[in-house]
Design a protein around this ligand. Structure first.
Ligand code: DX5
Ligand code: ZN
Length: 225
């Protein structure tokens, strides 16, 4: 599937969202990662569904949405036709099969092509994944506690990435995403552990986004995995 790179916009300049997105578009980025936080599931608030829709209006970049919210179903129906991938946290879902079926029914009924991903907090065990074969397109491994950009990558998560890789080895085209604390120094070991979809915010938006994406892509292209 190759390695995908997704820019999480939250460390960018929010005072001029359009400029931020236009600048990001000029880089060689593959996706935009939109962190929706409700101040409830996580102790921070970013933006909600109306901003996701506005972003869709100003960019052709594919959008992956990371819902760090309680009651994600309320958000999903609102934005599903504007985005390319939806990720919800397993920690807030009591009945994952019914939940995923509902999302897929909406996707099919609207004739959309949207990937469905499940996000896991650092301390959440990934054993449950083995029951979800055939149900999901992405496993989003949080490598920091969610809620804020600029946190330090949790090294113990490398082992978790490799566990996920082992669990999904015969699942076909399913992404293993990594989100939190990724930079030019740790990306190689993260990819070698099994990640193939990398979400980055601080490293990309500190300084020049075009050059930072280039730098990360150069590293990715050199990795033998
Ligand atoms: C954290 C978010 C991440 C975060 C990544 O709660 O889900 O997407 O913005 O930012 P960095 O790359 O700064 O850790
Ligand atoms: Zn995120």
């Amino acid at each position: 599937m190759g390695i995908k790179l997704s820019a999480s916009i939250i460390a960018g300049d929010f005072y001029n969202l359009e400029k931020l997105i236009k600048e990001t578009e000029k880089s060689d980025i593959d996706y935009l990662h939109l962190d929706v936080m409700d101040g409830n599931f996580v102790p921070n608030i970013t933006f909600g569904t109306s901003i996701v829709k506005k972003i869709k209006n100003i960019t052709k970049l594919p959008l992956d949405v990371h819902l760090m919210v309680n009651n994600p179903e309320i958000y999903i129906e609102e934005i599903i036709e504007y985005i390319n991938m939806i990720n919800f946290h397993i920690e807030v879902i009591k009945f994952p099969f019914r939940f995923i079926e509902n999302i897929k029914n909406i996707i099919y009924s609207k004739n959309l092509d949207v990937k469905v991903g499940v996000a896991v907090n650092p301390v959440t065990d990934v054993g449950f994944l083995k029951y979800l074969k055939g149900y999901i397109d992405n496993v989003l491994v949080m490598t920091v506690d969610p809620g804020f950009f600029g946190q330090k990558f949790i090294e113990n998560m490398l082992f978790k990435i490799s566990l996920v890789k082992e669990i999904i080895k015969d699942w076909g085209d399913v992404f293993i995403s990594v989100d939190g604390g990724v930079n030019d120094e740790n990306i190689e070991k993260i990819i070698k552990a099994g990640a193939n979809y990398i979400v980055i915010s601080s490293f990309l938006y500190k300084g020049n986004i075009i050059q930072n994406v280039e730098k990360i892509k150069r590293i990715i292209n050199k990795i033998k995995y």
